[in-house]
Design a protein around this ligand. Structure first.
Ligand code: ADP
Ligand code: MG
Length: 238
């Protein structure tokens, strides 16, 4: 059974059709990258999986059940926002535990899970700091930690590295690959960066103007692009 499945998913904003009927299956443990030019609908697609955006038509299945009508908090997935979405007045530990606290988890349980996630992300020395006292990469790790503590079925990332400088971006890309290897959790990762897509993905979904152009492994897309758009997009250096 696929972890995440989209069946004929469409999205319109008013009279504007943005997503034109997408079918897609993401397998358990897979790191699936949505890649495509700016404005092609990557964020909209991800937000519909997360439940942050209604779908106009079709079905979204997570863990075998239809989630169309479920609130984001009931979908057992975690969206990793960019690092600037941290609460400035809270410590790292408080930021990481915030979601669990809101859902009414006991204090000892929150502390245990924050500690575990901090271990995975090597954030232990930073737990009592405030976001302003962290580097960009550290903040991004906290944002990921906030997702890990909720032990989700899948992580959704929307261009998590786009506001980091080039050097840090490469570093964090390696960190995310390591994290995926360590957790073996399903991940959906949105980027407009071909290099990120090629180096991170088990499976790449190439999107263009609200449609899927091709789905395949990085090697399949590189060696056997279905059309000129895919060839140009995957093959061209940035
Ligand atoms: P991407 O993440 O690939 O850059 P988006 O999913 O953000 O693309 O946007 C896809 C298209 O949908 C764009 O043309 C954008 O202008 C449009 N769009 C996104 N959100 C809204 C909205 N709330 N209302 C109207 N149009 C929107
Ligand atoms: Mg986007």
């Amino acid at each position: 059974m696929s972890e995440i499945e989209l069946r004929s998913v469409r999205k319109s904003f008013g009279a504007l059709d943005i997503i034109h009927g997408i079918d897609l299956a993401i397998e358990p443990g897979e790191l699936c990258v949505f890649v495509g030019p700016s404005g092609c609908g990557k964020s909209t697609l991800l937000r519909m999986i997360a439940g942050l955006e209604d779908i106009t038509d079709g079905e979204i299945h997570i863990g075998g059940r239809i989630v169309n009508k479920l609130d984001p908090g009931d979908r057992e997935i975690a969206m990793v926002f960019q690092s600037y979405a941290l609460y400035p007045h809270m410590t790292v530990a408080q930021n990481m535990g915030f979601g669990l606290r809101m859902s009414g988890a006991p204090k000892t349980e929150i502390a245990r899970r924050v500690d575990e996630a901090a271990g995975i992300l090597q954030l232990q020395p930073l737990l009592q700091r405030k976001p302003a006292q962290l580097s960009g990469g550290q903040r991004q790790r906290v944002a990921i930690g906030r997702a890990i503590v909720r032990n989700p079925k899948a992580f959704l990332f929307d261009e998590p590295l786009s506001n980091l400088d080039a050097e840090l971006r490469v570093h964090m890309r390696v960190e995310i690959a390591k994290l995926h290897q360590a957790l073996k959790t399903t991940m959906v990762y949105v980027t407009h960066d071909q290099v990120e897509a090629m180096t991170l993905a088990d499976k790449i979904v190439v999107l263009r103007a609200g449609r899927v152009e091709q789905i395949g492994s990085p090697m399949e897309l590189y060696n056997n692009p279905d059309n000129v758009f895919v060839a140009g997009f995957i093959g061209s250096p940035r």
